[in-house]
Design a protein around this ligand. Sequence first.
Ligand code: ASP
Length: 460
Amino acid sequence: MADIFKGYKGRALDLLKSYNVRVWSQAVIKTTRGDFKGIILPRSEFDDDRHIVLKIASGYNVGIDVDTILDMIEEGYKEAHYKIPEKEFPFSEDKPNVKLFGTGGTIASRLDYRTGAVIPAFSPGELYGAVPELADICNLTTEKLFAVFSENMGPQQYTKLAVSIGKEIEKGIDGIVIGHGTDTMHHTASALAFMIQKPPVPIVMVGSQRSSDRPSSDAALNLMHATKAAAESDIAEVMVCMFGPTSDEYGLLHSGCRVRKMHSSYRSTFRTLGDIPLAMIDREKITPLRRNYNRRRGDKNVTILPYFEEKVALIYYYPNMMPDIIDALVDNGYKGIVIAGTGLGHVNKPVYPAVERATKAGVAIFMTVQTLWGFVHMFVYDTGRDLMSKGIIPAENMLPEVAYVKLGWALGQTGDLEKVKEIMLTPICDEITEREPYNGYLVFQGGIPEIEEFLKRIHK
Ligand code: ASP
């Protein structure tokens, strides 16, 4: 009985009951904003009680506010499989063993791209039921570590994840996949790249921009690519694996410390900045685009450094920023600050005294650039020289978020500011590179073939 109103509670549940409209029914909902027709979808336990969700003909889901509903009519009923049938994930001696850690995000919450069902868990059986192609790639085991959207990931989760990955590597796993929300995937990727030193196997983060109950979902393909990269690739780095172009032609493997989410809704949202991606991947093959990466090894050796000082802040400079922003951080016991400055690494003059007070109080301050591409150069203008004389340290071409994560990780290990500086400026995983590819920011924004197509279109 409860199942026919699956997941609904409060006002929304009362309405469904009073109009006798069931989950999975084809229904018309009349509202103060017009009529909506579609299939009533189930809801998860975390959803609110103020909306009824309809899958409309276009494949999109719309949430209808209970306060706008005037009438509801059930016109038909066809039960879909709410739970993906669990099938035993086949084991084959000659396939690599991959471990998938679930942390949450869109990829975990809606994974059945065929039925549009919401699945609550992440067991190998459910994954196999949803994406049977995974069994052609590897023997997969899964573990749900967290079930959060990625804005709720932070130092505690980074360290637990790093330690769990370390244990799997020591047991001899051939590759790791981490399902993660896309919004802060690049923060977690860099945290893992610092915490897991010289892994012998690939560690591949994956997510999806569109939930898998939408026809345009990238969930299944990203998962297949990521699993293939973990099982077969010889790139033993922390990587992010997501759509390359906007079409589903191929995926890209990005170095965990040079990647960033760059579009709020495109599936091809992850871009490598300051370099080119590590490799292209499709269902058949992995094509490395770079040669300088840590190679897969046969041993099980890895050093896990799961440290993080939480009192670290990242400030995005804006014109007319007031010094009290920095004073407030110092007064509140912050030990490190990363500034994303303008141009080559600048802030305005009124902030200088606050910077000086902060560094004199022993706060480590590093400068990065808002431009994202290019290096901090603080010798070029007076502003840069003045700021350096007040103790700000240029962080080369580290991305602001990466510098934030690295500073938290460095300060988690030592309070000695000279050591912190040394850790910060010693490259570990591409976060600082010698140079950036010439005009790379022009060429690689869209992937490779589609740039040519784009150029052909605008030059015709
Ligand atoms: N807001 C979600 C998250 O980052 C988006 C996603 O999963 O892609 O967790």
